[in-house]
Design a protein around this ligand. Structure first.
Ligand SMILES: C[S@@+](CC[C@H](N)C(=O)[O-])C[C@H]1O[C@@H](n2cnc3c(N)ncnc32)[C@H](O)[C@@H]1O
Ligand code: SF4
Length: 512
């Protein structure tokens, strides 16, 4: 068999699932690797485009086919030791097994070369995971370019908790800006524990690698730990208002291996915070933030900005005093409660928001805090880059999608008033992903032009809450994820000199 045919044959047989392993599970320096192969298309013996490696749910790196094959075999070899501590001798065996399997595809590459490649990949991934400077050159490749080769988004936001239950409000706050409040799809009857487990299984089969538990308020569900535990294979995140985060609750979250938690916090000023969340919960949320930090959870704090909390730098000072290192902020998504006059009259102008962000970035840089702005469609293109931040971009039907409390798939967690794209339990993932509207929204997101259609609708005086008319879909909004690198997701490319075959990525020069 000629070399191209061997590679193609390998890809056809093995590039149909996501491969995952965890190195150093008990830390320090855990490295979670997901290898997501591309859709294999085209003529037998033709090129196979780059795969994607996702490190700790944050960094998305294209790896060419030779590295992908090496990684798949390495992951398989590592996973034979599942749950056991790996000794130096075992490592030797892992390397041997990997080399043996890879040489079936690349028989002319020396064992020494392959060992070097394994070492280089692992060193690079560990450096990426720890936020260190990498020795190998990494280049940026926009996720939009990769869209045709994706089978699923990287992240699924599961809205396990509904805004209403049996006609009654189902959250321990009543936020003035809540984009989900009053939205038809946020009020669906909640699925059972067993139903959500089935959905989690289906997400894995679809090739999704990260799950965010959100709502509504996900901590309203008593089975939340069970669900997070069930989703251990994934990178798991939790979006919460923090009220229920007692120390014991946080320890339990650690016990079920939650990867990160995001708490919403509006202001250092008790009255302002309580006013915006519609409940006297300031002290509980502050305690929740402290408890999450004390328990060693990976925490970020999100603040949607409006005129009432425009003194954001004071909130940052307050958070810094508590030891918070990661913060995100956003403009307001104008759906749900945020489409009502009470919220609308608190909306900032783009100039005001830009000024607040500029001061916030200065403060964070001076105080060793990491900040991200997550709202596409608000600021002039290039503004965030000028401040040294990634430009936010809509990830709907591309990097992320959402599942409603009743199990329906929607383009993103704020797109809750229109038609659904499918039923996660009843439909096949293939049908959902290739649904005509899903493809249309993905194509618009893939332009990565920094717009947010829901925002456009609202500013044009239309009712964003009414959903999107069929055929008029342009893109989705991924504005509030507030998770690092999630709304500004691009793919970086690592060059590698070892075993190497042409890929679409390096043909375009993305892999040096
Ligand atoms: C709907 S909430 C669900 C999770 C949880 N109940 C909470 O409040 O954190 C998800 C995230 O969206 C943010 N959010 C809610 N309404 C928003 C809006 N209109 N614009 C921007 N962000 C919003 C919240 O602050 C939170 O960070
Ligand atoms: S934003 Fe979160 S906490 Fe506030 S009302 Fe909505 S679901 Fe509840």
């Amino acid at each position: 068999m000629n070399p191209e045919k061997r590679v193609y044959e390998y890809a056809r047989r093995n590039f149909n699932e996501v491969y995952h392993c965890t190195l150093n599970p008990d830390g320090p320096g855990v490295v979670r690797i997901f290898l997501v192969p591309p859709v294999v298309e085209g003529e037998e013996g033709g090129d196979v485009v780059a795969s994607v490696a996702i490190i700790n749910g944050q960094d998305v790196i294209p790896v060419n086919t030779s590295w992908a094959i090496l990684l798949i075999e390495f992951i398989r070899a590592v996973n034979r030791y599942d749950g056991k501590a790996v000794t130096d001798q075992d490592l030797e065996q892992i390397q041997k097994a990997t080399c043996k399997a890879v040489r079936k595809v690349y028989p002319f590459i020396s064992k020494k070369r392959l060992r070097n490649d394994i070492y280089t990949i692992m060193k690079t991934f560990a450096q990426v995971a720890r936020g260190q400077e990498v020795d190998e050159p990494i280049e940026y490749m926009p996720l939009g370019e990769y869209a045709p080769f994706m089978r699923a988004p990287h992240r699924m936001d599961v809205m396990v908790s509904a805004m209403e239950k049996e006609g009654r409000w189902n959250c321990n706050q009543k936020c003035v800006h809540c984009y989900a409040a009053g939205q038809r799809q946020a009020e669906e009857a909640e699925l059972s524990t067993a139903d959500w487990k089935e959905i989690i299984d289906r997400c894995r089969d679809a090739g999704i690698t990260q799950i965010t538990f959100t709502g509504g308020e996900p901590t309203m569900r008593d089975d939340l730990f069970e669900l997070i535990d069930y989703a251990r294979w994934f990178v798991t995140r939790l979006n919460t208002n923090g009220i229920r985060l007692t120390r014991e609750y946080c320890d339990r979250l650690r016990g079920v291996s939650l990867d990160s938690v995001q708490v919403t916090f509006y202001s250092y000023d008790e009255g302002t915070h309580n006013g915006l969340v519609g409940a006297p919960r300031f002290a509980d949320t502050v305690a929740g933030i402290r408890n999450a930090l004390a328990a060693g959870l990976n925490l970020s704090v999100n603040t949607p900005l409006c005129t009432a909390n425009r003194d954001y730098v004071k909130t940052l000072e307050f958070l810094r005093g508590m030891g918070v290192a990661y913060v995100t902020c956003s403009g307001l998504i104008t759906t749900g409660n945020a489409a009502k006059p009470e919220s609308e009259r608190l909306q900032l102008t783009a100039d005001e928001l830009g000024q607040i962000l500029r001061e916030a970035v200065e403060f964070c840089h001076a105080n060793d805090m990491e900040i991200n702005f997550t709202s596409p469609g608000w600021l002039e293109p290039g503004f965030c880059n000028e401040l040294g931040l990634p430009e936010p971009s809509c990830g709907a039907c591309l990097s992320n999608m959402a599942i409603t409390p009743g199990g329906h798939v929607v383009p993103c967690q704020s797109w809750l008033g229109g038609a659904v794209l499918g039923d996660m339990r009843a439909d096949t993932w293939h049908d959902v992903w290739y649904d005509a509207r899903c493809q249309q929204i993905r194509a618009a997101s893939a332009k990565m032009d920094g717009t947010c259609p829901l925002r456009k609708h609202a500013s044009a005086g239309e009712d964003a809450n009414a959903g999107t008319p069929a055929g008029a879909v342009t893109a989705g909004v991924d504005a509030l994820a507030g998770e690092h690198a999630s709304t500004n997701e691009g793919i970086s490319a690592i060059s590698n000199e070892g075993v190497r075959t042409p890929t679409a990525a390096n043909a375009k020069g993305a892999i040096a």
